[in-house]
Write a protein that binds this ligand. Structure first.
Ligand code: DGT
Ligand code: CA
Ligand code: CA
Length: 573
């Protein structure tokens, strides 16, 4: 728990320093430390108790300064410098820098010149056209900010999958400490792996609900308590996310897990099946006409009692899962453990934070068999893309490193920009040296749909067998997908033997579940890739896998579950 709290304080310090336009190295150091603490598998309290400051400093990214700050938090429950820093700015300003189109510099400018310190003030000023006259602003930027506000409002109250996952884990970790809690299961849209989550629905099995309820409403992360009942409670956490808690006895576990997992439509269908048999289904079980419980202790029974095969949570969306289950045709969905490699990642050669060697080492920890290094090409200037000469030198570097690093196979790739006319941002003679190429659109997002579709198809036609990365360019909560005819893209991918990527980054998650299924139907293969820009982001793979599961994909549909030899044979390198 302390790990997450300290990570969140470090992140906030980084944001405040960004507004101040402080030293970028210092800002990065806080961000990196926060990320490392989030993924740390041991408790900071234990680390500190075992070896004091020295032990803290052995954590990657934690130097002398930061170890002192951690010590301060562990001893006093706060970090004074963060409080002091926060006092320099009004509260609302942090909310502003996260609006698409804003950023720390702009937030600072608008605060200084116009006193803007809340979303509402920002919206009024932008609507009144007051922003465009400020230095470095202009009409276009003002319009962008207004669009960003609209986006924020539209995604109102929904959270990214990783954010929801981390917060659910924090609650589970605390409740697990109670001996009265026999089983804890986060349900709802989170368990179904939906790309965004409205609120958390946590189910606990116990015969003694009271201590569980009391602990839940008094957790550190609670901002306010919405309900505090005997078996039901609800809280809002500091980040604005709501969590509902339900406690049921063991004999109701299956029925409750099924009910709270949803989806609502799926639940209604099960109830109708029960009605036809003269039974009743509730979150407490399956009951016959006389009110006797005849099932619902396990989740399997919620299906087997109706002659259905078990339906995994990710498929419970009324997309044909009942027909498939009745026919015994529920697919054997891909699992995280099936993944043998990652085919999209960046290094310090472009905008990554870690070296080739560091990425390889981290991938080895995940027991991967291979990774494809895919740094950017020159057109992607914001990402320090490499020109032809530098790309070529980078390829040599990768191939040399591949010889020296044992235990994992490094593959030489590149994330090649698809230029507006559909041509590729790397000369043919360099493309020839790649093991595998990843293609992506990074510019001119506002093209008309026909043009964008033609642009992408042309690129695939130029380079058959390549991987098309993040096929819609969307950033959840930040940027709309570009207009593109994905059915036509899928058709072309089949024709040119191209692989479509499910980008595992929680802001992307495209291809989406729906189009994964369409791709499979068209015989198109999928790569699930993290697009990692740092070693710890390799762990985002799970979000891509759950999206693929929602798309009914099986192991064989996903190329990075294949052994290296098969990948080489099929992709021809
Ligand atoms: P969310 O939170 O908006 O991302 O989506 P869910 O699916 O987590 O929805 P939520 O939190 O409102 O409810 C959790 C589950 O409880 C939902 O998936 C199914 C079940 N549920 C909620 N309301 C109803 C209802 O009116 N009828 C039935 N049959 N089930 C419901
Ligand atoms: Ca929910
Ligand atoms: Ca709920």
């Amino acid at each position: 728990m302390d790990n997450k709290e300290i990570a969140s304080i470090f992140n906030q310090i980084a944001e405040l320093l960004e507004i101040k336009q402080d030293n970028p190295f210092k800002i990065r150091a806080y961000q990196r430390a926060a990320r490392n603490l989030e993924s740390l598998s041991v408790d900071l309290t234990d680390v500190y108790r075992s070896g004091g400051l020295k032990a803290l400093q052995e954590i990657p990214g934690i130097g002398h300064d930061l170890s002192l700050k951690i010590e301060e938090y562990l001893k006093t429950g706060k970090i004074a410098s963060q409080k002091a820093l926060a006092r320099e700015f009004p509260k609302g300003i942090l909310e502003l820098i996260n609006i698409p189109g804003m950023g720390p510099k702009t937030a600072q400018l608008l605060y200084k010149k116009l006193g803007i310190d809340s979303l509402n003030k920002l919206k009024m000023a932008a609507q009144a056209g007051k922003l465009q006259h400020l230095p470095g602003m202009g009409e276009k930027k003002e319009a962008n900010i207004l669009r960003g506000i609209g986006f924020k409002e539209a995604s109102h109250g929904r959270f990214l999958l990783d954010d929801a996952t981390v917060h659910a884990a924090m609650i589970v970790e605390e409740l697990e400490k109670l001996k009265e809690a026999k089983k804890i299961l986060p349900c709802g849209s989170l368990r179904r792996g939906q790309e965004t989550v409205g609120d958390l629905d946590i189910l606990v099995i116990s015969d003694k609900p009271k201590p569980i309820m009391d602990k839940f409403v008094s957790l550190k992360l609670v901002k306010s308590v919405l309900a505090h009942g005997e078996t039901k409670s609800a809280i809002v956490m500091h980040n604005g996310m709501q969590a509902d808690l339900r406690v049921v006895p063991a004999k109701s576990f299956g029925a409750a897990a099924h009910y709270f997992t949803g989806s609502k439509g799926h639940n209604i269908h099960i109830r109708q099946l029960a009605q036809k048999k003269g039974w009743k289904v509730s979150e407490y079980g399956i009951f016959d006409a006389k009110g006797r419980q005849i099932g619902g202790q396990t989740e399997e029974e919620m299906f087997s009692k109706f002659g259905l095969q078990y339906i995994p949570p990710e498929l419970r969306e009324m997309r044909g899962e009942f027909t498939a289950a009745a026919a015994g045709k529920i697919p054997r969905l891909i699992e995280l453990g099936d993944i043998r490699g990652d085919l999209h990642m960046h290094t310090t050669a472009t905008d990554g934070e870690n070296s080739l060697e560091e990425m390889a080492k981290a991938a080895k920890h995940l027991a991967y068999e291979y990774i494809l290094i895919t740094d950017h090409t020159q057109s992607t200037r914001v990402a320090h893309g490499l020109d032809a000469g530098k790309s070529s030198a980078n390829l040599h570097k990768i191939k040399l490193a591949a010889k020296n690093i044992s235990g994992i196979r490094l593959l030489a790739g590149a994330e090649i920009d698809i230029l507006p006319d559909g041509s590729l941002d790397l000369p043919g003679e360099i493309i020839k040296q790649l093991d595998l190429a990843v293609l992506a659109v990074h510019s001119n997002f506002k093209m008309p749909r026909e043009q964008m579709t033609a642009r992408i198809i042309k690129a695939m036609q130029r380079l058959p067998g390549s991987i098309l990365a993040h096929p819609t360019g969307r950033l959840l909560g930040e940027r709309e997908a570009y207009a593109v005819d994905l059915n036509a893209v899928i058709k072309a991918a089949a024709k040119y033997r191209c692989i479509l990527e499910v980008n595992a980054h929680p802001k992307r998650l495209d291809l989406t579940d729906f189009y994964c299924r369409a791709a499979k139907a068209a015989g198109v293969k999928i790569a699930i890739s993290t697009d990692a820009h740092a070693t710890d982001q390799l762990g985002l793979m799970k979000y891509g896998v759950i999206t693929a599961r929602r798309g009914w994909l099986e192991k064989q549909d996903v190329v990075n579950t294949w052994p290296l030899a098969k990948l080489q044979r099929v992709c021809g390198f």
